[in-house]
Design a protein around this ligand. Structure first.
Ligand code: EPU
Length: 420
């Protein structure tokens, strides 16, 4: 177990390069199970969620050669099982994509109920409704989800909630189904477009990804034998934007897609922070105390829930009182108890955090409660006076590639050391 020791109060300055998108990678990795030929995947983030997924695929018999830390060469002609092992899958949220992928290709799958960050209830009723609409039989017992089908048949489905996971699972299960599937009220996140682009590159016929209606015309086979490069991580880029702003820094974030960051840039501009877009880079500069702002999280293209905790840090030191409302998850404010230890003035009322900006935060020892909450604590440590220790960083390492090294290169005083 490791912890981070941060000596805060130094503005971040310089350039940082963003890695591949976590939430695209963990959808594309199971999608390779649908491909009969080989595939090469580039710009794969070097994070623990991806490494765990690689282990799960290898346990199923997929041959994966990591030709460099960010490149995978994959061949899966020798799948030995469609039952996923309990221990490797249980801790991952995205293990549920194995349902869509294995059902889609082999018409049979067994996966343990997914784990992941605890944000209150995380139902998967829309995934199950989608599989059943495609003609699969789904049962759940003893913590295992089983799905089988004689033949998957294209269908029309309207999602009752805009769900990233259910949209992805429907795409995975229907690319090889007979006939056409239409998903209405689909999620529009950039990683959904990325998954569709990957599958189309491998031979699928998916249209409309990125809109709320996706049309999938089933094909007999995904021949593959192609190369695909994953998009840059929108949330990693957003996290560095906020870290730059909160420390009063000047950072150029390279290898990002500024369009994916529009909702974050708009809020930073509203707070008086300078944002300059330059092709595939964004420069964030802040030389005065940011102003208060109200924010509500929403599905893409709204303000991302996965940026809510990081934004809370910036609002904690802004001038005035801000209201930050979470509309995607029931309970995503656990991290605020840790932020309060650093001196933040936050009160939770229902699904909103009322944040009264303070002039300074003060370092102390804090625990990461989840991935993005942990990233928020790092930003708070960078802002705070004196020393902050961030524990339980395994949550953060699930989704941020070498975050300590990237921050150090921007001038942060941060060390990753073993816990006593
Ligand atoms: N929902 C249902 N029924 C379902 C599925 C979802 O009611 O069958 C509800 C959820 O309870 C939630 C809302 O719909 O209130 C949205 O959930 P969604 O399915 O979109 O979330 P997810 O697919 O489980 C992904 C990301 C999360 C991110 C959300 C929202 C992955 C592995 N996870 O989760 O990412 O917060 O979309 O954008 O892609 C993170 O990266 O830190 C993270 C938690």
């Amino acid at each position: 177990m490791n912890k981070l020791i941060i000596n805060g109060g130094k503005p971040l300055k310089g350039e940082v390069t963003i890695g591949g998108a976590k939430n695209a990678a963990i959808a594309i990795l199971p999608a390779v199970l649908l491909v009969s030929g080989t595939c090469k995947i580039e710009n794969v983030p070097d994070i623990s969620d991806v490494n765990k997924y690689i282990n799960v695929l290898q346990e199923l018999g997929v041959n994966i050669n990591r030709t460099s830390p960010t490149e995978l060469y994959i061949e899966n002609s020798k799948i030995s099982s469609t039952k996923c092992l309990f221990e490797t899958c249980r801790k991952m949220r995205a293990s549920y994509y194995l349902l869509g992928a294995l059902l889609g290709r082999y018409k049979s799958v067994e996966v343990p109920f997914p784990g992941g960050c605890d944000f209150g209830s995380r139902p998967i009723d829309q995934h199950i409704k989608g599989f059943e609409a495609l003609n699969a039989q789904v049962s759940t017992e003893h913590g295992i989800i089983k799905a089988t089908a004689k033949k998957l048949m294209g269908t029309s489905i309207y999602l009752d909630v805009v769900s990233v996971g259910a949209t992805i699972n429907m795409i995975l299960a229907s690319v090889l189904a007979e006939g056409t599937t239409i998903i209405e009220n689909a999620a529009k996140e950039p990683h959904i477009v990325d998954l569709a682009n990957f599958l189309n590159t491998m031979g699928a016929n998916i249209k409309g990804a990125g809109t709320d209606t996706i049309k999938i015309t089933g094909v007999k086979e995904l021949p593959g034998n192609a190369t695909y490069s994953i998009i840059p991580d929108q949330i990693e880029a957003g996290t560095f934007m906020i870290a730059a702003a909160a420390t009063g820094g000047d950072v150029t974030i390279k290898n990002c897609i500024p369009k994916h960051l529009d909702s974050i840039s708009a809020k930073l501009v509203e707070m008086g922070i300078s944002i300059q877009e330059m092709g595939d880079a964004i420069r964030v500069k802040c030389d005065k105390r940011p102003q208060k702002v109200n924010i509500k999280t929403l599905p893409y293209p709204g303000f991302p829930t996965d940026m809510q905790p990081q934004m809370a840090v910036l609002l904690s030191i802004a001038n005035g009182m801000s209201i930050l409302t979470e509309s995607v998850w029931d309970n995503r404010f656990q991290y605020t108890n840790e932020l309060k230890k650093l001196g933040a003035n936050i009160r939770i009322e229902g699904r909103s955090a009322i944040i009264e900006g303070v002039k300074n935060l003060y370092g102390c020892s804090v625990n990461s409660t989840d991935l993005r909450g942990g990233a928020a604590l790092i930003i708070a440590g960078l802002v705070a006076k004196n020393i902050t220790e961030v524990h339980n960083i395994e949550h953060i390492e699930r989704g941020y590639e070498h975050i300590d090294k990237k921050l150090k290169a921007l001038g942060a005083k941060i060390e990753r050391v073993a816990e006593d």
